[in-house]
Design a protein around this ligand. Structure first.
Ligand SMILES: Nc1ncnc2c1ncn2[C@@H]1O[C@H](COP(=O)(O)OP(=O)(O)OP(=O)(O)O)[C@@H](O)[C@H]1O
Ligand SMILES: [Mg+2]
Length: 295
């Protein structure tokens, strides 16, 4: 039985032991992570990498995974990252940054925390710029130069009707396609991935070197069989799924607000809080992504 199946077996535990299961998962993945990915340092990222969590299916977790991975790599792993938000006209990440700054301004303790982080890391919060898809690559290149970035994340709209979006996808080094175990979502994601694979990756059009699926919102109560079936279909299409699976958890839906000070998970200014990152598999996802893009 491989690691992935093992993970999913564990995720299949009942609701009562879910927290515990995720904790174990986290520890196990960590062991694996330490062996495989922890040696990657900033110095090893020779040139700026362009990456996107992308799929045409709305609500699969593109924006959420972009922010969490970007914040983890920038504030914890010491890489320099930037984000180009081209999800016109939503611009969710640009808005998130505005809300994050507002919350910090209105809260003395957060203000102090941000100042101390800045001093300790000797760097500021990562740059986020909005852009229309047609300008996104130029904006990303300029940002990479201005801020000496290791990674630029692109948050793209969930549509391939706009040919400009596919052009941006073609200029990514790697695409990570979030998927949810739902027939409609899977069908749409497979259409997207096949298009990218067959029109860009296989013929070598553009810069893109690979597309990897990532299971998101994995529920402890779901049957593991569905995952195995889709993993098989994906493998038959010559593509692969990341080992790390992201659990379905309330913490992914919450942001900080100015009313109370509680640990922050999804923030553009701070890394996910230690108490909340445990069991979220964001560490493992970030390190697995790093292992792939460094290669
Ligand atoms: N692992 C998770 N567990 C629970 N909720 C999640 C998880 N990942 C994402 N979500 C939630 O699902 C919703 C959709 O996520 P998100 O906005 O990141 O998707 P998206 O792909 O960017 O959507 P869009 O196509 O509209 O841009 C959000 O409310 C987010 O908080
Ligand atoms: Mg989004």
């Amino acid at each position: 039985m491989n690691d992935v199946t093992n993970h999913r077996k564990q995720l299949g535990a009942n609701e009562q032991s879910k927290a515990l299961t995720y904790e174990r998962l986290d520890d196990r993945s960590n062991e694996r992570t330490n062996v495989r990915y922890n040696h990657i340092t900033k110095e090893e990222m020779k040139e700026t990498k362009f990456i996107a969590f992308s799929t045409q299916k709305g609500g699969a977790g593109k924006t959420t995974l972009t922010v969490l991975t970007a914040s983890y790599l920038h504030y914890v792993r010491g890489l320099n990252v930037g984000v180009v938000d081209c999800d016109f006209p939503q611009f969710s990440i640009v808005d998130m940054r505005k809300r994050d700054f507002e919350n910090i301004k209105g809260n003395e303790q957060l203000c102090k925390q941000a100042f101390e982080q800045c001093k300790r890391l000797n760097k500021k919060s990562y740059p986020i710029k909005d852009s229309r898809p047609e300008d996104a690559i130029d904006v990303g290149k300029e940002m990479a130069q201005d801020y000496d970035l290791d990674i630029v994340f692109f948050d793209l709209p969930g549509t391939l009707n706009n040919p400009e979006v596919l052009k941006v996808v073609s200029q990514m080094d790697y695409v990570f396609c979030p998927i949810i175990a739902d027939k409609v979502v899977m069908e749409s994601s497979l259409v997207f991935a096949r298009l990218v694979n067959e029109s860009l990756i296989i013929p070598g059009n553009g810069r893109i070197k690979g597309l990897h699926f990532v299971w998101n919102m994995v529920d402890g109560r779901e049957k593991t069989r569905l995952y195995e079936v889709y993993d098989k279909i994906i493998a038959e299409l010559g593509m692969d799924v990341l080992e790390t699976v992201i659990p379905n958890s309330m913490r992914f839906r919450k942001e900080g607000d100015d009313k109370e000070l509680r640990p922050l998970f999804r923030s553009t200014v701070f890394p996910p809080d230690k108490t909340l990152i445990r069991g979220s598999n964001i560490r493992e996802l970030s390190d697995e992504v790093l292992g792939i893009i460094k290669a």
